[in-house]
Design a protein around this ligand. Sequence first.
Ligand SMILES: [Zn+2]
Length: 241
Amino acid sequence: MYEIRFYRGNYRWRQKQANKDNCAAYVEHHFNASKNQAANYTLVITAYLASETSKNWGRWYANRINQEFGIPLGGKDGILVGGYNGRGNGNLKHTEMPAILLEPLFVSNPQHAEILHSEEGQDKLALILAESIIAFFPDGSKIGFSVGHKYKTSRPNDRGAMVYGGGTEADFAEIILEKAKNILEDYKPDDKTATPEIDDFPDNDIRVIKDGKEIWRHTDIDEDDEIKWDQANRILYITTN
Ligand SMILES: [Zn+2]
């Protein structure tokens, strides 16, 4: 029902191969890291030009991580479109299918690292990923997996961030992806399928974020309003039409 393919090489190359194979979806697995050990949120990155499917899939995954581990949602409702000022976009932008980049935990956070170091935590992470794929791509087919950092031609020794208490970001990402692959390849469609619940919520908010913390949010706004940032005077004009 599902056939999982791992792609190696540089990020652009991986995506091109997944396109050639007609993958139904593409996942690149990372973990977050910060100098601040208390950093604690879950996040999925989509490309700037990602489809609604990618965004909904990413939100669904992040929300499940939030429910399972009690980790707050980062970005906007768990997703960051275009990555951190563009970082992460290149890992996804060449794909022709829905694609997400996962950052479910901080490897620098001791509590998050404990999840990663436990078999139970790894199994849960793999299951949530597998369920998200079953929910959004119920017809099966080929799914592309990419281990972040590892297997790049350009920097073959890159393993990403060090995990608190031992190990590397990339090695743990690979463990989770291997586990998810096993779940998906054993999956039978008559199993209880997770159905994606996609809420009808407005997502036109304008937010001001200072040092990673939201300090202002304007929610009374919709697509018909005009928004203009006056760079010279540093004023944001919102005009209701
Ligand atoms: Zn990474």
